[in-house]
Design a protein around this ligand. Structure first.
Ligand SMILES: CCCCCCC[C@@H](O)CC(=O)SCCNC(=O)CCNC(=O)[C@H](O)C(C)(C)COP(=O)(O)OP(=O)(O)OC[C@H]1O[C@@H](n2cnc3c(N)ncnc32)[C@H](O)[C@@H]1OP(=O)(O)O
Length: 596
């Protein structure tokens, strides 16, 4: 270790409650050995809070004095916090440090916990810490300095069978510390929480023997005493420590989700249920630093709801090299084709995304939100009756190879087609600087959800299909998909069991799992890029397709293409059956550098 000067507490006065044994004793000994004058508080009762004896505190005081330190004993209950603090003032004239450590146990299952068990434990831990802190606070404020420790426990944070009273008291102390830290801040009074796991008379018989031996209170004392030093800037931290190890503990909050359709509509049970996956998703959880930060983000949610896009749902989508390459493999790009290397190897000079990758933010938002089900009467849509009907993707700006996109999506149109309903969603994805990168529009065919009395035709703005010219195709490419194509493609995010689970596929009316529509779209886009754009993604502008029939993994796709200026019309067939699976489709290029 470094030769830094030893951390000293000369001139400081510390109160350690429950210092007659265990952790408290270690704190008192260490503080005294570093120059602090210590009030060794201990009522001298048993660990279940029975009896009282001066002996426990006296023994520790004697030990400190024998080592050349200064200490006085205090035998008051911590519930009489003013008396405990008075001992310090009378003996040493001030109080700089308060370690709220005293505690008792009355372990019982919730059913057997008596009111007395509850009151005693809460009194000693929670009320005692409050009373001592309240009494010490004015002295600390007057001298513009103070260090306060609250002792919490993993039993509070995680719960522990048979410790309802103790767990409640210990979490109560976390709340108490949070507010004391805020109230003390401007007077240089810091309040932190220690979450110790130590072998003590309170944990004997609870912890396994082998662990019990290693959990020496003396290994936690330096962590707590450091928190009490003037050089430690932490305020409001929770520090867990055991066996010579310590860590900061944080509460985190998920990104959350709006659980009402719009600012003008109330929340309903069904809406909450449909958004529950997002409500409980912790993948983007962050730590909130203050109550104003917490309510500030709530205001932001309301602002977003009010601002024009009141029906929009927001989602974020992060990607990098790995996601781009996995997607490229999922739609059949191969190292066997030298021109595909740019889609498969991040160090290639031309490394770039296959543009159809950017259907994913819209797809994932649509699939993870209640957009489709809540668009229909009776919320009649779930994974067992939805099919991807149509897709439009437009690239608006230069595409990055990594980043986090914020996508805003909403229902754009709903149609009643008799045999089914068609829900059209529209999504816009923005980069970290708010730059609009891509637009997606998807039609979801909800089998069996028609005949609800809705309109049949699309509203303006639903991107129409375009019929191919009535001549033989200008170019044709065939790609054989693999038996495992859907198993590979799903790793890009669409985990719909329809594509891999035979039982689920049967439930949805298919003999075997079918390929993702967007996988067939990816193959079709690859064909156009390869034939008309020399695999240069930058030339791609937009694609529109209708999924007119299912594809099975392992089937061969034939993509027929017609060039009409910068528009490449296409249709895709399954070679083995001759059936058309993508119809009325086209890719718009910025320009085409291929000769026919
Ligand atoms: C981002 C979005 C996320 C979406 C979630 C998707 C999750 C994915 O995991 C799911 C998938 O990938 S599913 C796989 C890809 N899709 C398919 O395989 C569907 C193939 N298509 C079909 O089987 C039929 O077209 C079928 C069954 C769809 C329709 O066939 P029919 O019932 O026989 O209908 P038909 O009589 O031909 O026509 C009736 C009216 O419906 C319109 N229509 C037909 N196919 C459509 C389609 N694919 N999309 C949109 N509308 C369609 C017809 O135009 C007709 O309307 P109108 O009478 O007004 O002309």
């Amino acid at each position: 270790m470094s030769s830094a000067a030893k951390l000293r507490f000369d001139g400081r006065v510390a109160i350690v409650t429950g210092a007659g044994a265990g952790l408290g004793r270690e704190y008192a000994l260490l503080l005294a050995s570093r120059g602090a004058k210590v009030v060794v508080n201990d009522l001298g009762g048993s660990h279940v809070g029975e009896g009282a004896s001066q002996r426990a505190a006296d023994v520790v005081v004697e030990e400190i004095r024998k080592n050349g330190g200064e200490a006085v004993a205090d035998y008051n209950s911590v519930i009489d916090g003013a008396k405990v603090v008075d001992t310090a003032i009378k003996a040493f004239g001030r109080v700089d440090i308060l370690i709220n450590n005293a505690g008792i146990l009355r372990d019982r299952s919730i059913i057997k916990t008596t009111e007395q068990d509850w009151n005693l434990v809460l009194d000693v831990h929670l009320k005692g810490s409050f009373k001592c802190t309240q009494a010490a606070f004015p002295h600390m404020k007057a001298q513009n300095y103070g260090r306060i420790i609250m002792t919490a426990s993993n039993s509070g944070i995680y719960g522990n069978f048979g410790q309802a009273n103790y767990s409640a008291a210990k979490m109560g102390l976390v709340g108490l510390a949070n507010t004391v830290a805020i109230e003390g801040q401007k007077n240089n009074i810091h309040c932190n929480v220690i979450i110790p796991t130590a072998a003590s008379r309170m944990t004997e018989g609870i912890l396994p023997d082998i662990l019990f031996q290693e959990l020496k209170p003396s290994l936690i004392a330096p962590v707590v005493v450091y928190l009490c030093h003037e050089s430690c800037e932490d305020n409001g931290s929770y520090i867990e420590s055991a066996a010579g190890w310590a860590t900061k503990v944080h509460t985190v909050r998920g990104k959350g989700a709006v659980v009402r359709p719009s600012i003008d509509e109330p929340s309903t049970l069904e809406y909450v249920q449909s958004a529950w996956n997002k409500v409980t998703d912790m993948s983007q959880a962050t730590h909130i630093n203050s109550i104003s930060e917490a309510s500030g983000s709530l205001l932001q949610v309301l602002e977003n709801l009010k601002a024009g896009d009141k029906d929009a749902i927001e989602d974020s989508f992060s990607f990098g090299n790995k996601e781009l390459i996995l997607y490229a493999l999922g739609i059949g790009a191969s190292t066997k084709n030298p021109k595909d290397i740019r889609f498969l190897y991040e160090n290639d000079g031309d490394f770039s995304p296959i543009p159809s990758f950017f259907v994913l933010p819209g797809l994932l938002l649509t699939m993870s939100s209640p957009l489709v089900s809540t668009a229909l009467p009776n919320s009649n849509a779930d994974l067992s009756n939805i099919l991807h009907g149509e897709q439009y993707l437009e690239i608006v700006d230069d595409l990055p190879t990594s980043g986090t996109l914020v996508t805003k999506g909403k229902v754009f149109d709903v149609m009643d087609k008799g045999s089914g309903a068609v829900v059209v969603t529209s999504c816009e994805s923005f980069d970290e600087n708010g730059r609009l990168l891509v637009k997606n529009q998807s039609a979801i065919f909800v089998v069996g959800a028609g005949k609800f009395g809705g309109k049949k035709d699309p509203i303006a703005g639903v991107v129409p299909l375009a019929a191919a010219p009535k001549r033989a195709p200008d170019a044709t490419i065939e790609y054989k998909t693999s038996e495992d194509q859907a198993a590979l493609y799903r790793l890009s995010g669409d985990l719909n069991p329809l594509h891999i689970d035979s039982n689920f596929a049967r439930l949805s009316g298919f003999k075997t799992p079918i390929l993702h529509g967007l996988c067939s779209l990816g193959y079709s886009v690859r064909a156009v890029l390869s034939k008309y754009a020399d695999n240069n993604s930058e030339l791609f502008k937009a694609v529109k397709v209708r999924f007119s029939g299912p594809v099975l993994p392992g089937q061969t796709l034939r993509i027929e293409m017609w060039k009409e200026g910068a528009r490449i019309h296409l249709r895709t067939l399954v070679v083995e059956t001759g059936k058309e699976v993508i119809s009325g489709a086209y890719v718009d290029l910025k320009s085409s550098n291929a000769k026919l």
